[in-house]
Design a protein around this ligand. Structure first.
Ligand code: ZN
Length: 467
């Protein structure tokens, strides 16, 4: 498998060989989660839950089906999703009077209930989230975790007394995101989407983007401020302190199994997955290296080591299968286990444990007596180094350009000035065949000229070929 040569083939082979997904289910774009992949996703979900619970969001679970009548209440929203919706038109032998759709996202499932739940300012802010499956009829080439038709999805929905409080929620979402991305060792950019690319029905959308091979970008999630765009059609109002009736301001924050896809794509290499320690089902694999005459001793010492690590709360697997050590190395490298420990008779005599890092291949040894502390420190170091390496990759994926005069569009993210006019933006997109991802949410100092019309501007934007 060669990541550099053919990313698509490398990715598609790897996700199956490493046991993350099984694409043989007889519906295209709807894959099975085998145990190993689902475990990793569950660690990601656990971190999401921790962050959301710590910021006073409540977890809920809404029905999968949405009546067509509710779905049609917000007109931009319908336009954005109409072509992607799966419909349920029959119940048993009867055709339904009002067809039902499988949620592509849950605004129109939740908001009729919000209108019932919210009465007064005392009910606000309302902050809820759910982790559920959503459905979108993708017509482009499907790709495990990145473009699928049944999506493992996270969505938080909040309601606020006014625009400023909703804005504070957006800022809180950025903190939640940063904490999660630290665990996944993923660098990202917060880019405010263009008007023609924002979420259908949103006041504004901030995309969370990371870089993949050859200048591709992958949207990991998005955060939206809705203002009153949904509360008006859904009639979500509250009585304010002064007795007046007002519409709530709303936000949403969505992420999906793409987080796992990006972990694969960003960190993986030609040997397989490279998992960040925080989400690795096994953080450490122990491979015994027995020789003639010492099989029992080595095996007993390896089990002792496993039990100690386990008792210390480190997720560890001891591979006692009959395969040769080389085959075991290969297998666990493919699965991305961050740290391998090897134990042979000579190590035991010397009072050491040999190690090999999955991320950079570095080898060395720990004193047996300090192994718990050393493993912990090493797992932390691996996470820091993985994040730094991925950040360098993102930085190297970006080049600044000040004219459209190139023979071939580079396989990079382009960074350039833009006057903000849609006409210019469209022209640049057509000329480069890239998508304008948007301008940095946290403004970057910039003085230059619009790539489209040449006017002076202090707005900088990024554009890339989306995955
Ligand atoms: Zn312009």
């Amino acid at each position: 498998m060669k990541k550099e040569e053919n990313f698509s083939e490398w990715y598609n082979d790897l996700v199956e060989q490493a046991g993350l997904t099984d694409k043989r289910y007889p519906i295209k774009g709807m894959n099975v989660w085998p145990a190993y992949g689902w475990k990793i996703m569950q660690y990601i979900d656990t971190f999401i839950r921790q962050e959301l619970d710590a910021t006073n969001h409540d977890e809920v679970c809404f029905p999968l089906l949405i009546p067509k009548t509710e779905f049609q209440k917000e007109k931009d929203h319908i336009k954005g999703f109409d072509a992607e919706v799966y419909w349920v038109t029959h119940a048993g032998l009867n055709e339904l009077d009002i067809p039902l759709l499988l949620r592509p996202t849950s605004e129109t499932a939740m908001y009729p209930m919000f209108a019932i739940w919210i009465r007064s300012h005392g009910d606000l802010p309302l902050k809820i989230y759910q982790l559920v499956n959503t459905f979108r009829y993708e017509t482009k080439q499907t790709r495990a975790f990145i473009r699928v038709r049944e999506i493992h999805f996270f969505e938080s929905h909040t309601c606020h007394v006014d625009e400023a409080d909703a804005q504070r929620q957006v800022e809180e979402d950025f903190v939640i995101l940063e904490n999660l991305m630290q665990k996944l060792c993923l660098p990202y950019m917060l880019l405010k989407r263009t008007e023609w690319d924002k979420f259908p029905g949103a006041y504004y959308t901030v995309g969370i983007d990371t870089a993949m091979m050859r200048g591709r970008s992958l949207q990991l999630g998005s955060i939206h401020h809705y203002r009153e765009n949904f509360s008006r059609p859904f009639d979500i109002k509250y009585e304010d302190v002064d007795g007046s009736t007002k519409y709530v301001h709303q936000t949403t924050y969505g992420m999906s199994e793409r987080l796992l896809g990006s972990v694969v794509g960003v960190h993986g290499d030609d040997k397989g997955l490279v998992l960040p320690p925080a989400i690795a089902p096994f953080q450490v694999v122990i491979v015994p290296i027995p020789a003639k005459g010492n099989v029992d001793v080595v095996s007993a010492k390896a089990r002792e080591l496993r039990d100690e690590l386990k008792a210390a709360g480190i997720r560890v697997v001891l591979d006692e299968s009959d395969e040769r050590p080389g085959a075991k190395f290969f297998k666990w490298e493919l699965k991305g286990v961050p740290l391998r420990l090897e134990l042979g008779a000579r190590d035991i005599d010397k009072g050491v444990v040999a190690y090999a890092r999955r991320d950079d291949g570095e080898k060395g040894s720990f004193a047996r007596s300090d192994v718990i502390a050393d493993v912990r420190t090493m797992l932390d170091t691996i996470a820091v180094d993985m994040r730094a390496k991925a950040q360098r990759f993102l930085d190297d994926s970006i080049i600044s350009v000040d004219s459209l005069d190139f023979k071939e569009v580079p396989e990079k993210w382009l960074r350039f000035g833009w006057c903000g006019e849609q006409e210019c933006g469209r022209k640049i997109e057509e000329r480069t065949e890239l998508k304008i991802l948007g301008s940095p949410y946290n403004k970057e100092e910039f003085h230059g000229k619009c790539l489209g019309c040449g006017k002076d501007t202090d707005t900088v934007v990024y554009a890339a070929r989306a995955m």
